[in-house]
Design a protein around this ligand. Sequence first.
Ligand SMILES: [Zn+2]
Length: 285
Amino acid sequence: MHLLICRFFALVTLCLGLGGLAQAAGLSKQEFAEQRRFAANNAMFVLYHEVAHLLIDQLDLPVLGREEDVADNMASWMLLSQGTARSEQALNDAVRGWFLSGVAYNSGSAEHDYAAAYMLDKQRAYQIVCMMVGKDATTFETVANSYHLPYERRESCRWDYETVDRNLKGLLDRHNGSSRRGSSVTVTYAAAGGALRMGADAFKASGVFEQVAGDVRRSYNLSAPVRFSAKRCGEANAFYDPDTVEIIFCYELMADYMDIYADNMPVAAPDRQPRAPRKDKHSGG
Ligand SMILES: [Zn+2]
């Protein structure tokens, strides 16, 4: 199965286990903190992807190409525009997240993956790196090198980024005009117990939902009230529902990112104390 982040009406069923919630018990305090950071940052990228769907719908932004690709580029652009250490870390974690989910879900192994509305997970990862290095080749050179992004592609990434930057700024300025009235955004968390409780608690504690909601509240003039709803969905996903003008984040997705991180923890260096309870689960970094 292939992880999807999609609009509500394009919902595709996805089945997931929640094994990582149990695995978390074997992590050190630092590893647990890193796992939560990784999951929260991937959730942040996903939320900005959904914000992109929200803006495309509510501001009637033109889309010439696959909307899912546009939404990813807009999410990268929004995070790059923040220019903070936190936003850069979020992008780094999102890149790693797409690489890891591509392996976890065998992205590209089925013929229908190539007919999907989305790029393959690995392509989504590379496109985020592309936007990063396209904006600032010096700052993000290490990232581009670590994923072996070809030098000729780095050149065209600059074009990719500048095209998105110029067009988005123009479109958003046209809608915002000279005034920044802001938008009405409400945030709600549904209760979640059982196996989902840890993921739900980690998501709420991260503050990511409020952060992205606050960004929408301050940065865009949307006439319709916007709802941010976190809840159990029965699948690891996130959606934008144009009927209710609502961004829905599923706790299962947070749990899934925690799973993916726990299953791909770096192997302990020789001079480090081995993580005995989890050592047999890790075969590589
Ligand atoms: Zn989408």
